[in-house]
Design a protein around this ligand. Structure first.
Ligand code: ADP
Ligand code: MG
Length: 579
């Protein structure tokens, strides 16, 4: 048995079913050994996307997403995925090949202090102390990724370890320790009782549900639903927590976010940090009482005083809250009679926002506005949207506006640029999500078409800005090769935030010269659809609502990677609907 086989066998024993990455010296053998173990290897075109895919897999599956890369530059290209997973609190394991141990310091091929380079962006970074200890180190890394606050880990795999001949007996026994499957720790029962009492006494209680709650699967067994419906407390999901309860739930105040944040007198935070996404808590009332539930005790109190800390696993905590609520005396009559004022105002605001949105959907300009294009996407996907669509969203305006337009009805069905606001994650996320939600067993493109026709499954619809798409467009080839039928809609405004139409672009070049062109402008009318076709996908170039509608309809029934290059107004968004 070689070191490569031990690595693959250990991963298999740890439950790994897919590895994302790019091979080269010295990790080709590792990937091949994984494939021989029945682990799917998805070979990417840039390590950055592979590392993003691993992070997204970690979030969706609750198990570390594994990424395998070559030494030196390969590891450096994967750092963005580590940092992205760290900031989002997602479990992931990066495996980096490295130069032979005895060549360390010689100026070896792609030599880099990789473990040190990864340390700032991981919970754990190590090289197995000896080749025999590969299984233990991998296992330790695994435990770090999923226990406590989830996050990334790095394990260094020197070339001589990968090539080494090993005794199979020792590896078999050492790889068998159970990992325990992550935290399931309940919070202090006294704090639970206090929390329920505070929330019950509140005039305007608000539950903020974050992606930590989505990661913890608090929707399982109807626990979250039970808590919300039993209490009648309004809730506000953060962008990736959308769908834990349906966005059209009567107690969802997502469409009146600012008001809900400003009105609440008692706020229960379920797996959401008081960071930039929640305005550092500065939009809360000055007399607000915060109750924060999080697995990371050190998070509690960050940027805002917290009255009651619920430290533990969110699924356990939501269960405890639910049970305590059932056992406590009924809500005060003031709460029951009128309902929280938040709901009344939220309903008014939601209605008025929907009216505003509906007006925007009807704007018939060509090129289209963002809203017009999104309305068409909604209309075309309507029959399948609730049950089959997995949404990936990135780009500045594209992502912001899409958040107000596309509701979610199922958990973990939206992936976006996240807490780190990383652009370029779209293709890596899409590939991971498509694999997670619809792992087709089709062996050939023909089989894929047939199986999709007989049993329609989940499908990723990635709605991405043209700039965001550009970061990782070659991964279309990855999806084509892997038989993962992504539907990618590039919302193309010829630029970053905004661009110029072809005429204006030419005029500016003529007047100012290339050196003075605005930094936000990309080449007008770039044919991302042709790029996709060149890589084996279907491409559509659409300029009108009808063309967009038809392209989506056609692409949906073809279970094949499709890229719709949708031209919209280059001038940037009209003033946004307030929320
Ligand atoms: P959002 O972006 O939705 O506001 P954040 O990423 O800021 O969410 O916050 C997620 C929080 O959830 C983190 O502080 C993390 O420690 C916490 N978390 C992650 N998994 C769990 C879990 N299983 N139980 C409790 N808290 C968790
Ligand atoms: Mg753009």
């Amino acid at each position: 048995m070689k070191g490569a086989d031990v690595i693959a066998l250990t991963l298999k024993r740890l439950g790994v079913t897919v590895v994302f990455g790019i091979v080269g010296i010295p990790v080709v053998e590792v990937a091949d050994a994984c494939i021989a173990q029945g682990i799917r290897f998805i070979g990417f075109r840039n390590e950055q996307s592979a590392s993003y895919a691993a992070g997204a897999w970690g979030y969706l599956s609750g198990e570390p997403g594994v990424c395998l890369v070559v030494s030196g530059p390969g590891v450096l290209h994967a750092l963005p995925g580590l940092a992205n997973a760290q900031v989002n609190c997602w479990p992931m394991l990066l495996l980096g090949g490295s130069c032979d141990t005895y060549q360390t310091g010689w100026g070896a091929f792609q030599e880099l202090g990789q473990t040190e380079a990864c340390r700032p962006y991981t919970k754990y970074a190590a090289r197995p102390p000896t080749v025999d200890q590969i299984p233990q180190t991998l296992q330790t890394a695994f435990r770090h990724t999923i226990n406590g606050r989830p996050g990334p880990a790095y394990v260094d795999l020197p070339a001589d370890y990968i090539q080494a001949k090993l005794d199979p007996v020792s590896t078999v026994t050492t790889a068998e320790t159970a990992t325990g499957g992550g935290p399931n720790r309940a919070a202090d029962p006294v704090a639970i009782t206090q929390a329920i009492r505070k929330l019950r006494a509140a005039r305007n209680p608000l539950v903020i549900v974050g992606k930590g709650a989505a990661y913890a699967r608090v929707e399982t067994d109807g626990v979250l639903e039970g808590l919300i419906t039993r209490s009648g407390w309004p809730f506000l999901p953060t962008s990736m927590a959308k769908g834990l309860l349906p966005d059209d739930h009567p107690l969802c105040v997502g469409a009146a976010r600012s008001q809900a944040l400003a009105q609440a007198d008692v706020v229960l935070l379920l797996g959401a940090r008081v960071n930039w996404m929640l305005h550092f808590g500065q939009k809360f009332r000055s007399d607000v009482t915060l109750i924060q539930a999080d697995v990371a005790a050190e998070e509690i109190g960050q940027n805002h005083p917290v009255a009651i800390a619920l430290v533990g696993d969110l699924k356990a905590i939501v269960g405890q809250l639910n049970q305590a609520l059932r056992q406590s005396s009924p809500a005060s009559s003031s709460q029951l009679d009128n309902g929280p004022a938040t709901i009344t105002t939220a309903t008014t605001t939601t209605t008025s926002n929907h009216t505003k949105l509906a007006q925007r959907y009807r704007v018939n300009d060509i090129p289209m506005t963002y809203h017009r294009a999104f309305a068409e996407i909604k209309r075309a996907l309507e029959p399948v949207y609730r049950d089959q669509v997995v949404l990936v969203s990135e780009g500045a305006n594209t992502m912001d506006i899409a958040r107000t337009v596309f509701d979610l009805y199922q958990p973990r069905r939206r992936l976006d640029a996240g807490t780190f606001a990383t652009m370029g994650v779209g293709m890596g996320f899409s590939i991971a999500a498509q694999l997670f939600y619809n792992p087709s067993s089709a062996q050939t493109p023909g089989e894929l078409v047939k199986s999709a026709a007989t049993q329609p499954g989940n499908r990723v619809v990635a709605i991405v800005g043209d700039s965001a798409f550009g970061f990782s467009a070659p991964e279309i080839e990855t999806a084509v090769r892997a038989g993962l039928p992504l539907l990618v809609i590039v919302i193309n405004n010829n630029g970053i935030y905004h661009g110029l139409d072809p005429h204006a672009y030419q005029k500016e070049v003529a007047q100012k010269g290339l050196a003075l062109m605005p930094s936000t402008a990309l080449s007008p009318d770039t044919r991302y659809d042709l790029l996709a076709e060149a890589m084996g996908a279907r491409g559509y170039w659409v300029k009108t609502p009808d063309e967009l509608f038809e392209a989506i309809q056609e692409a949906w029934v073809q279970p094949q990677v499709a890229v719709i290059n949708c031209m919209i107004q280059p001038g940037g968004p009209q003033k946004l609907v307030s929320n």
